[in-house]
Every structure is written in C-alpha cells, then in structure tokens.
Design a protein around this ligand. Structure first.
Ligand code: NAD
Length: 169
C-alpha cells in the first residue's frame, strides 16, 4: 500500500523554503497531499492570496520540479475549535499516514489525535519566511528571489503586488 503524506501550510505565498521541504520529504512517501490552510482567507496583508491562487502556485511549482510522485492539493478552511481541527482535515483530505509540519500548534494537534507527525529542517529561515516575503512585496523589494519562478508568474497573472500594496495602506 502506498504511503501518503500530508504537508499543511498557508503558502502565502508558496516559497523556496516550502519547495526545499518538498525535496526533503518526497523520497519518504509515495504520494503527497498539499493542504492549503486558512483556505477561506484572502485579501489581507497576512493572507493576501485566495485558496485558488495558492492552488495555482503550488500546482505550477510542483510541475516545474518534475517530481515522480502523485500529488493532490486540497483547500482546508480554518475552524474556530482547535480540538476538532485534525478530524476536519481528515474529513477533507485523501487519507494520509503521516503529516509534515514545523508549526508547533499543528504538531501538537496531530500528536493529540495520534497521527504521526514529522518535522523537517528549517531552510534559511531569515529570508524564507512568508511574512518577510510579503513585506518585500509591500515595499517593492526583491521578493522574486525567494519564490519559484512559477509563483512569480502567478502573482503577475493575478496582479498580486498591486493587491497587497493596496490592502496594506
Ligand atoms: P506556512 O505556510 O507558514 O508553513 C507551512 C510549513 O512550512 C510549516 O510547517 C512551516 O514551518 C514550514 N516552513 C516555512 N518556512 C520554512 C523554511 N524556510 N524552511 C523549512 N520549512 C519552512 O503555514 P502554517 O502557518 O504552518 O500553516 C498551518 C495552517 O493550519 C494554517 O492555515 C492554520 O490556520 C491551520 N490551522 C488551523 C487550525 C484551526 O482552524 N483550528 C488549527 C491549526 C492549524
């Protein structure tokens, strides 16, 4: 039977740190599910991109990585009750054997639900951090250096820089 992993994140935006996590774990699983967290949130400085836009970022970035692995992308809305969040994720996602996260709350919730959770190294966390990359987008800095080319293309297609600059005012 195939081993299926779940990588959960907000991916606001999908960046080179996330891509390195994928490279790190892809050999451990036969299939990988991308859970697009906070799927209902968009058009804020913390969550500028819609779930659909993030699906495009992830799908096109993975395509360019030419992985020999089946991947799925599943938007997952937040719940204001942490104690049942893992059941909520399980009710939406293809069944998975192991979850990958470095987020302390996510790790805690999976452990409490007896789901195996694995952590990965943090890669260049000073620069490869969603909040830093969004700040560069707002300030007109070199955010493009920190995301896959496919994400640069998606942000251009959706006029994302204009959006994040407008909502940050
Ligand atoms: P994120 O996009 O910030 O990160 C995704 C993963 O990548 C995390 O494990 C993070 O640690 C890792 N990562 C980020 N930068 C990295 C780097 N440079 N090197 C290596 N790894 C790196 O997403 P997140 O905030 O962890 O996403 C968790 C999601 O789960 C959120 O959408 C959150 O709302 C949701 N959640 C919801 C509930 C609820 O609704 N009750 C509860 C818990 C979590």
């Amino acid at each position: 039977m195939a081993t299926r992993g779940l990588l959960i994140g907000r991916f606001q935006p999908f960046h080179n740190g996330h891509a390195q996590v994928v490279e790190e774990i892809i050999g451990d699983v036969d299939e990988l599910v991308f859970g697009i967290g906070s799927a209902g949130d968009s058009h804020t400085v913390r969550n500028p991109f819609t779930a659909g836009e993030r699906v495009m970022m992830v799908t096109k970035s993975l395509e360019a990585m030419e992985l020999d692995t089946t991947t799925y992308t599943v938007p997952i809305e937040d719940l204001n009750r942490n104690s049942v969040w893992v059941s909520h994720v399980q009710s939406i996602s293809p069944e998975f054997d192991v979850a990958y996260s470095n987020n302390p709350l996510v790790i805690q919730l999976f452990i409490e639900s007896s789901v195996e959770v694995r952590q990965t190294p943090m890669f260049n966390r000073d620069e490869l951090k969603g909040s830093e990359i969004r700040e560069l987008m707002v300030e007109g800095g070199d955010w493009e250096a920190h995301v896959p080319d496919a994400v640069v293309d998606v942000v251009a297609e959706i006029n994302g820089i204009q959006r994040i600059q407008a909502i940050s005012r």
